[in-house]
Design a protein around this ligand. Structure first.
Ligand code: GRF
Length: 215
């Protein structure tokens, strides 16, 4: 098999999508390897999960840079470059990015967002989906561009909104779909298949759980 593509994952918090990527990358045929987990918060819980899995970690707290977002991003970029990664996955990275980092990684940085974009960009997606009364919700992996949550879509997974759903129940159903979608989308990108017809599994069309709300 060809050399696996080295990937960095950027996180701010619990890192469950990061953990899903690390788990997938442990598979013998996975085309990418997680070379680094980088956080902008020193005590992001995901850092300990990554370290326990044997993945190198680093925190570069944005607070150390005051209001100078560009300086923080230059520091991130230096570490990413030094680690030799080819792709960057944002996974719950809760900072708006500037053209400094987005430009440096154009075409090589992807994000997962908890809605079916272009619906519900931004925050509180599950509450907004419930308020809007949509019957399908889900998640999107997209390329990162300078406009938040608007880069080209690589893959999506849909889940049903069920009668009586709470925000937490819907969030859990979407998160389970995220954990399947992100590894599939990264694999497609690492194999150079992004932009081609989606590989089986990269698009999970409305995967109704058996017997209803199974997640
Ligand atoms: C996920 O819902 C992701 O889609 C969004 O932030 C959340 C991060 O969760 N961007 P986790 O840190 O991966 O558990």
């Amino acid at each position: 098999m060809a050399a696996r593509v080295p990937v960095a994952v950027l996180i701010s918090g619990r890192g469950s999508n990061m953990a899903a990527l690390i788990e997938a990358a442990a598979g013998p045929d996975y085309p990418a390897r997680i070379a680094l987990v980088l956080a902008n918060v020193a005590d992001a819980p995901g850092l300990a999960i990554a370290a326990a899995a044997g993945v190198p970690t680093m925190a570069i707290p944005h607070r150390d840079f005051g209001r100078d977002r560009a300086a923080h991003e230059r520091a991130l970029h230096a570490v990413l470059t030094g680690a030799g990664v080819a792709l960057v996955c944002l996974a719950g990275y809760m900072r708006l990015l500037t053209p400094v980092l987005v430009g440096a990684w154009a075409g090589r940085m992807i994000n997962i967002h908890p809605s079916l974009l272009p619906a519900f960009p931004g925050l509180d997606t599950h509450a907004r989906a419930l308020a809007a009364g949509v019957k399908l919700h889900g998640c999107t992996v997209h390329r990162v561009t300078e406009v938040m949550d608007q880069g080209p879509i690589l893959a999506q997974a849909a889940v049903p909104v069920l009668p009586g759903d709470t925000e937490d129940a819907l969030a859990a159903r979407v998160l389970a779909a995220e954990h399947r979608l992100y590894p599939a989308a990264l694999a497609a990108l690492a194999r150079g298949e992004a932009g081609q017809p989606a590989p089986a599994g990269a698009i999970l069309a409305n995967p109704l759980p058996p017997g209803g709300d199974g997640d």
